[in-house]
Design a binder for this molecule. Structure first.
Ligand code: MEV
Length: 284
């Protein structure tokens, strides 16, 4: 059985969403596909390598199998993973592989899980691996569309976006970095999170010019909470000199920056579109 789930772009609200604030997020038209076949043992085949259950090389997939097995005992499965979503880039590859794995397992082993159940399980997997998370990534991979999270207020985004890839980084480490800074300066960080919250709530009502201003402001606030870097700031300055407004998306520290696509994009960037459909079964 083959299942697929989309990646995502957090437009506003990464990190502050971990502390109960709102975020504006959209699924994107890049998907991860997972094929599950019953087997006598466990085998995971992906661009990262071929392993058994392996919590180092394939942490999200291995925990997804473990969590699924707690509901329905299985003796083995072969999973083949193919993804359009670049790994460790802030575009939701981990959640997409988790959600698609859970859906493929549920269909292959005829143990039907609703989308809500897949979301709940995927959230547990994310916490198993990262220790701290808002659940926004598994939410958007499961349900697709564009939303104010965690309220589940659906929004229409009239824009396409360009994403500019930086380098790989670990969400877990970036989330820990913000948590440590918050421990030392909670009264300051809480105010910054409130400001990001206001941006996330305002953005869906904005036209492209105001939206770009909010991109600029939110990037400054991400810098303030320590998830940018001199290299990223330099790149952003270069793109701003070329007339673009960009911000980090996802955990930061690398990953991707994005901006609104208005017929022009940085040469190296790729265009992504909002995706309506969440997790689904694919024809074999
Ligand atoms: C990661 O895509 C988004 C973060 O806000 C973490 C989370 O919400 O779980 C950095």
């Amino acid at each position: 059985m083959i299942a697929s789930a989309p990646g995502k772009i957090i437009l506003f609200g990464e990190h502050s969403v971990v502390y109960g604030r709102h975020a504006l997020v959209s699924a994107i038209n890049l998907r991860c596909r997972v094929e599950a076949r019953k087997s006598g043992d466990f085998r995971i085949i992906s661009p990262l390598g071929v392993t058994g259950m392996d919590f180092e090389v394939h942490p999200y997939v291995s925990f997804a199998i473990k969590r699924f097995s707690e509901l329905k005992k299985i003796n083995g499965v072969e999973l083949v993973i193919r993804s359009d979503i670049p790994i460790a880039s802030g575009l939701g590859s981990s959640a997409a592989v988790t959600v698609a794995t859970l859906k493929a397992l549920s269909e292959e082993f005829e143990f039907t899980l609703s989308d809500e159940e897949i979301f709940e399980l995927a959230k547990k997997v994310e916490l198993d691996v990262q220790g701290r998370a808002s659940g926004i990534d598994p939410f958007i991979s499961t349900f697709g569309g564009a939303w104010i999270f965690p309220e589940r207020e659906k929004v229409e985004l009239p824009f396409d976006f360009f994403v500019f890839r930086l380098w790989e980084r670990s969400t877990k480490l970036m989330v820990e970095k913000v948590a440590k800074l918050r421990q030392r300066h909670s009264e300051v960080l809480e105010k910054i999170f409130d400001a990001i919250d206001a941006i996330a709530l305002k953005a869906p009502k904005c036209g492209s010019e105001d939206f770009e201003e909010l991109i600029h402001i939110n990037q400054s606030l991400l810098r303030a909470i320590g998830v940018s870097s001199p290299e990223i700031d330099e790149l952003i300055s270069r793109l701003e000199k070329e007339g673009f407004r960009v911000k980090l998306t996802g955990a930061g520290g690398g990953g991707c920056v994005f901006g609104i696509y208005r017929g022009k994009k940085p040469e190296e960037a790729t265009i992504v579109k909002s995706e309506k459909e969440g997790v689904r079964i694919e024809d074999s």
